[in-house]
Design a protein around this ligand. Structure first.
Ligand SMILES: *Cc1c(COP(=O)(O)O)cnc(C)c1O
Length: 406
């Protein structure tokens, strides 16, 4: 049998610590590896496969568009992309879309657009307010806005100012907006790789209020929280606010690379031909899949189904927290974006992740001790029970023996 672990180590640069499984097939919410083991997918390729794998509508779009054409230049009209942009705008803010291939590229587009605004209308404002432990991508422009040690390093960087604030500290945010003249506030409604930390409704509303009062651009990074993951198409919608700029990616291409920004009325007029662009995005194939995903979510009841499935998962996880208060400190997040904040040591948390993998459950760890769940909206109550019953068993072992026994 092919030794994928050794070949990976030989030929692929080690920018990730990889789990030692090679996926051969993915159907519904189950992954199967090359050795025939199967796993319940509670990670969805880092918040990408919102409808699980092999969703019939997504596969139908894949075949249909695949037979028509795979690529056209941005110098032609691109009907699947136009349709997708219309769907995104009609379900978020008045504005227009720029498509990219990835999340980091969405951030880059936002940085350039905010810069254009700064020059044209910003009245001396400059730079971004971002949250401590934020994640906005790894390209040179985006990494400057990503406030995580290990990701943010001394790579060469553009020199616009970046102000870091403590998430949910309203006074600190107000004080900074009094003292400095930032052009934009950029925030993930729920910090993802920062440890699944939700911004409170009051804090999000204060961001909107300050932006209006001071003439700052309100920018929401919905790359992980968007496309139905939290129960609305975008997570900011829970707080009833109106951002000026929305960043999206991950789930939007139905598994294919796609991202972008929705620029609201304050900025949509600023990009002119030549100001920004890319060869590939929006891939008509990714856009066709995106249309299928949005149809399922918005027209076929996918969002409601996701909310119901998430509610069941939250009920079960709250029961776990009550049963093991010394191990589970808090369950945070919203919908199908969940952090189980544990009191485990980093080594124990990673051991638990390994054990769960051997048991057939794929979960992630964020900020070393948070079990991060990014399940598909299609996770059934039966699948949830299978996972939570199993997790309960493993937590019981840790509580009594101080460790799991694979
Ligand atoms: C994943 C992510 C990004 C970066 O997206 P890539 O496609 O990996 O470049 C940016 N912001 C947030 C909130 C993310 O979760």
């Amino acid at each position: 049998m092919t030794d994928w672990v050794s070949l990976d180590q030989q030929y692929i640069l080690p920018t990730y610590n990889r789990l030692p499984i090679a996926i051969a097939e993915a159907r519904g919410n189950t992954l199967t590896d090359t050795e025939g083991n199967s796993y319940l997918d509670l990670f969805t390729g880092l918040a990408v496969n919102v409808l699980g794998h092999s969703h019939p509508k997504v596969l139908a779009a894949l075949h249909e568009q695949g037979e028509q054409f795979l690529h056209v230049s941005n110098k032609f009209l691109n009907p699947p992309a136009i349709e997708l942009a219309r769907r995104l705008v009609e379900n978020s803010i008045q504005g227009q879309v720029f498509f990219s291939n990835s999340g980091a590229e969405a951030t880059e587009a936002a940085v350039k657009l905010v810069h254009k605004w700064t020059q044209a209308e910003g009245k001396g404002k400059h730079g971004f307010i971002v949250m401590r432990k934020s994640f906005h991508g790894r390209t040179l422009g985006a990494v400057r806005l990503t406030r995580q040690p290990g990701v943010y390093q001394d790579f060469p960087q553009p020199d616009y100012p970046v102000y870091e604030v403590e998430p949910n500290d309203i006074d600190a945010l107000r004080e900074l907006c009094e003292r400095e003249r930032p052009a934009a506030i950029l925030a993930e409604p729920i910090l993802g790789s920062g440890g699944v930390q939700p911004l409170s409704t009051a804090y999000l509303q204060e961001i909107e209020r300050l932006c209006q009062e001071k003439g700052i651009l309100c920018c929401m990074d919905e790359i992980q929280t968007g496309i139905g993951r939290t129960g609305h198409l975008f997570a900011y919608q829970h707080a009833g606010i109106q951002p000026d700029l929305i960043l999206f990616a991950k789930g939007v291409g139905g598994g294919l690379p796609l991202g972008g920004i929705i620029a609201g009325e304050r900025t949509a007029h600023l990009f002119k031909p030549g100001d920004h662009g890319t060869t590939f995005a929006p891939s008509p194939l990714s856009a066709a899949l995106g249309n299928a995903v949005l149809q399922v979510l918005l027209e076929d009841g996918g969002l409601e189904e996701g909310r119901r499935n998430a509610e069941h998962l939250w009920t079960r996880l709250s029961q776990l927290k009550e049963k093991y208060p010394s191990l589970v400190q808090a369950i945070r997040g919203q919908g199908m974006m969940i952090g189980i904040h544990t009191s485990l040591a980093p080594k124990e948390a990673s051991q638990l992740q390994q054990t769960l993998l051997t048991d057939g459950f794929l979960v992630d760890i964020a900020q070393q001790t948070v079990i991060r769940l990014l399940p598909p909206l299609t996770l059934t109550p039966q699948e949830t029970d299978r996972f939570t019953n199993h997790l309960a068993k493993r937590l019981a072992e840790i509580a009594t023996k101080g460790g799991t026994t694979p």
